[in-house]
Design a protein around this ligand. Structure first.
Ligand code: DC
Length: 222
């Protein structure tokens, strides 16, 4: 039987780091839905499309082919965009792209397809509420904005992405606002999700907590 685990939460809450580790331990497939919105944003920015113009951004929906490959590789129309989609110029625009219903519908269809054939851990903003409403386990992972900014800042430094802590904190707060105030499938906890505050936990502690939640929920379902 295929199991589906939804991990939602605000920007830079450590969802992908944790989801990747848990997926490896449990042998599930990890699906980073944020990378898909980022790849779409990268396409618009590199093709002179204004991400704040909904009509122009939606018009190219059939021209943007996104693939998630093993080892976190992201392709956009066959081009490896794994690194550029993490750059600040993409982060600063991705929430606009993610607020357009027609783009979401196209990417959500792909996400649901990926979850059909295998056990998955999918992270994003609307996985438990919209993409996989029947997910076996739903977790809403949070941390204070300050903690999240520091974590993303350190992650970027490791990846060689230039930025300042102030820029990151401003970006995280702005994205949280846009992501949770959009009309269609906004960021919010599913009614049946488990809230996990990671502000004072190490990565390994969060991984253990997530695995505990998964085991408990799967036992309850038996
Ligand atoms: O998880 P992330 O920071 O890489 O996501 C980038 C942006 O994409 C985020 O600001 C909101 C959007 N997003 C979304 O709206 N729905 C998802 N399922 C995943 C990401």
């Amino acid at each position: 039987m295929n199991i589906s685990v939804a991990i939602d939460g605000p920007a830079a809450a450590g969802k992908s780091t944790v989801a990747k580790k848990v997926a490896k331990i449990l042998g599930y497939t990890y699906i980073d839905t944020g990378a898909m919105y980022r790849a779409y944003t990268w396409y618009c920015l590199t093709n002179g499309i204004d991400c704040q113009n909904e009509q122009a951004s939606v018009a190219v929906v059939d021209r943007v082919k996104i693939q998630l490959l093993p080892n976190d590789i992201v392709l956009c129309n066959g081009i490896d965009v794994t690194k550029p989609i993490r750059e600040p110029f993409v982060s600063a625009n991705v929430s606009y792209i993610a607020s357009y219903k027609d783009i979401r519908l196209a990417l959500v269809e792909q996400q649901r397809e990926m979850a059909k054939s295998t056990s998955v851990i999918m992270d994003g903003r609307d996985i438990g509420t919209y993409v996989l409403p029947n997910a076996d386990v739903k977790i809403f992972q949070i941390a204070s904005p300050e903690t999240r900014a520091v974590r993303r800042y350190e992650e970027n430094l490791q990846k060689g992405i230039e930025c300042t802590l102030e820029e990151i904190e401003a970006d995280v707060r702005k994205r949280d606002y846009i992501d949770s105030h959009r009309d269609f499938a906004p960021l919010k906890p599913a009614a049946d999700s488990v809230l996990l505050d990671t502000s004072f936990l190490s990565v390994d502690e969060v991984v253990d907590a997530v695995i505990d939640i998964i085991n408990r929920k799967l036992k309850e379902k038996q």
